[in-house]
Design a protein around this ligand. Structure first.
Ligand SMILES: [Zn+2]
Length: 104
């Protein structure tokens, strides 16, 4: 469970012992104002003052849309000299250079 509150705030509990009120640190919110715990006792106490959210809910907030990597569309290039086809531009130009070289 995640308890939400003011970032870096120390939360203490007040206990009354022999008529004396004592403060006992319970937990501290992190820089994001969150405190994760599975301690039912802390959760019960904190839920009266703070918003307590289930981590499972947070996980389900993760968008269910999957953005996939753009598909690489293979551009087919055909050699004008010999008709060989290439899907890789680099290979095509290398091939074209070979022709130029053999002509000379
Ligand atoms: Zn060719």
């Amino acid at each position: 469970m995640i308890i939400l509150g003011e970032p870096n705030t120390l939360v203490s509990i007040r206990t009354k012992k022999f008529g004396e009120i004592k403060k006992k640190p319970l937990f501290r919110f992190d820089n994001n104002g969150e405190y994760r715990t599975n301690d039912a006792n802390i959760i019960k106490k904190a839920s009266k003052h703070f918003n307590v959210i289930d981590e499972v809910i947070i996980e389900s907030i993760i968008p269910d849309i999957i953005i996939e990597e753009p598909e690489v569309i293979a551009i087919k290039r055909t050699c004008k000299t010999c008709g060989a086809t290439f899907t890789n531009v680099g290979d095509f130009f290398a091939h074209a250079r070979e022709h130029k070289r053999s002509v000379k």
